[in-house]
Design a protein around this ligand. Structure first.
Ligand code: ZN
Length: 233
């Protein structure tokens, strides 16, 4: 009898020990499997999953590449980055283009201060100002802003001593109030070539160069025109 009890006891003890080991292992397996995210999280389209994916989309530090996930937000972000990159490239191309064409243009005077601007109103002019004034010391060199052919050189009323140069693409540049004219009609001039000297002839209140740009006869803003050719004034 006592032996039987002892045997039973041993059986019970073994069972208890077996359970004591098995239960925590089973519990651990259950807990760990429930806390591990499913492997298909990239395909989960729930809002929380989407935001966590787009947040984790970090561009490669060198190539700028972003792993494609098929996610809408990621696509938008990719498009935004591509647009910014294209804009940068376009800006660099424009800078390069301006640097290249700027060799064909120059400022009409080298030492100056911009005074009366294009479109300004004054009692001096019947309408609006048709050019840009460059306040510059008397006798400063006036230079051809672009290569061309002299089409006028002489006195022109309110402009005083004036030079007009014809350039390609229907453009003419006019230089007014000169103290001296150094070119003749029909003469070809190079960009930057001295064509005359700053003065105060014609309708003026002080010494300056009146620089005018005409496109097919219509005055345009000379500062904008120069800047569009890569010349910053
Ligand atoms: Zn003027």
């Amino acid at each position: 009898m006592s032996q039987q009890i002892k045997f039973l006891n041993r059986k019970v003890v073994r069972k208890v020990i077996a359970l004591g080991v098995a239960l925590p292992v089973a519990a651990f397996l259950v807990v760990s499997s429930s806390s591990t995210p499913p492997s298909s999280v990239a395909l989960d389209i729930s809002p929380t999953a989407t935001s966590s994916i787009s947040r984790s989309l970090v561009a490669h530090p060198v190539t700028g590449a972003i792993p494609f996930t098929g996610n809408l937000k990621a696509k938008k972000r990719l498009a935004k980055i591509a647009a910014a990159k294209a804009k940068k490239i376009a800006a660099a191309r424009e800078r390069a283009r301006l640097v290249k064409i700027s060799r064909n243009f120059t400022r009409p005077v080298l030492n100056y201060r911009l005074s009366a601007s294009f479109g300004a109103k004054s009692r001096l002019w019947a309408h609006r100002h048709t050019g840009q004034d460059f306040a510059s010391p008397y006798g400063s060199r006036v230079r051809a802003a672009e290569r061309g052919v002299v089409v006028f050189a002489g006195w022109d009323g309110a402009y005083g001593r004036k030079i007009a140069i014809s350039h390609p693409n229907g453009v003419q540049t006019w230089y007014g109030h000169l103290s001296r004219i150094s070119v003749k009609v029909g003469q070809r001039v190079k960009v930057g070539q001295r064509i005359g000297l700053v003065g105060a002839t014609g309708n003026v209140t002080g010494t300056h160069l009146h620089f005018e740009v005409r496109k097919y006869g219509v005055p345009v803003n000379p500062v904008k025109w120069l800047r569009s050719m890569g010349i910053w004034v």
